[in-house]
Design a protein around this ligand. Structure first.
Ligand SMILES: Cc1cc2nc3c(=O)[nH]c(=O)nc-3n(C[C@H](O)[C@H](O)[C@H](O)COP(=O)(O)O)c2cc1C
Length: 218
């Protein structure tokens, strides 16, 4: 038996990515996102247009995608409800967001120079450097959503994730952090309590023992 419903979120599960983009003053903004997919050497990124990231990429198309593995989840969650934009919608403020110009420091993450401008994240095992080629409005004029088309120009991968001939990344060793309905998952299991889920008023999941101990570091 199935029911017709209107779920508040349709995030069925996609890898978490940290986007590096250049602020007007030349510093790097970091933004967690998970609406990303790849076709050949093109990455398609779904973002709300109020994000500082989108404002940056409209003006300065250089971008680094820092892929996130489960070891980074606590750092990622520390910056989950931050924005690099001083202006914020009431809806975003109500979800608990606040302005933070230095998300590397806020997350406890380390800058790593890239070849195209924005600082990458040293803790990320995989960094994709490239350029935004086009920005498309999606969902109609009132949605305030867009997709950004990125050409991937340089792929940096931690050596232990590579297969013998360097042309492939080992699927058994690369374990992406997944965001599913605003909750973090790794290896198919809940990975960490999600600040984003609280912002979206997701009902608590039934299994939270392992996650509580992950959050308290015990
Ligand atoms: C795990 C995770 C996934 C997210 N996925 C997206 C996404 O796919 N698209 C989006 O627009 N925002 C997403 N967000 C929210 C952005 O991170 C948020 O809007 C943030 O304020 C953007 O930062 P910026 O304003 O500094 O660019 C996600 C947040 C988290 C924590």
């Amino acid at each position: 038996m199935k029911r017709t419903v209107e779920p508040k979120v349709l995030y069925f599960g996609t890898p978490v990515v940290l986007i590096s983009s250049l602020n007007p003053d030349g510093s790097t903004n970091l933004a967690p996102m998970s609406s990303a997919w790849w076709l050949g050497y093109t990455a398609m990124l779904g973002m709300g247009t109020s994000a500082q990231t989108v404002k940056n990429l409209i003006e300065r198309p250089e971008i680094v995608l820092n892929l996130v593995d489960p070891d980074m989840v606590a750092a990622l969650d520390r910056i989950a409800l931050l924005t690099g934009s001083e202006e914020m919608s009431d809806a975003k403020r109500a979800r608990g967001y606040r302005y933070e110009p230095d998300k590397f420091a806020a997350g406890g993450l380390t800058r790593e120079p890239s070849s195209n401008g924005p600082d990458g994240v040293a803790e990320s095992p995989i960094n994709l450097e490239g350029t935004i080629q086009a920005i498309h409005e999606i969902g109609g004029p009132d949605s305030h959503l867009c997709s950004l088309e990125m050409r991937v120009e340089r792929v940096q991968v931690r050596e232990d994730l590579l297969m013998s001939n360097d042309r492939y990344i080992d699927p058994l060793r690369w374990d992406p952090l997944i965001m599913k309905f605003t909750e973090y998952f790794a290896g198919g299991a809940p990975a960490y309590p999600s600040s984003l889920a609280r912002g979206w008023q997701m009902p608590p999941m039934a299994v939270s023992n392992t996650m509580s101990s992950a959050a308290s570091g015990s």
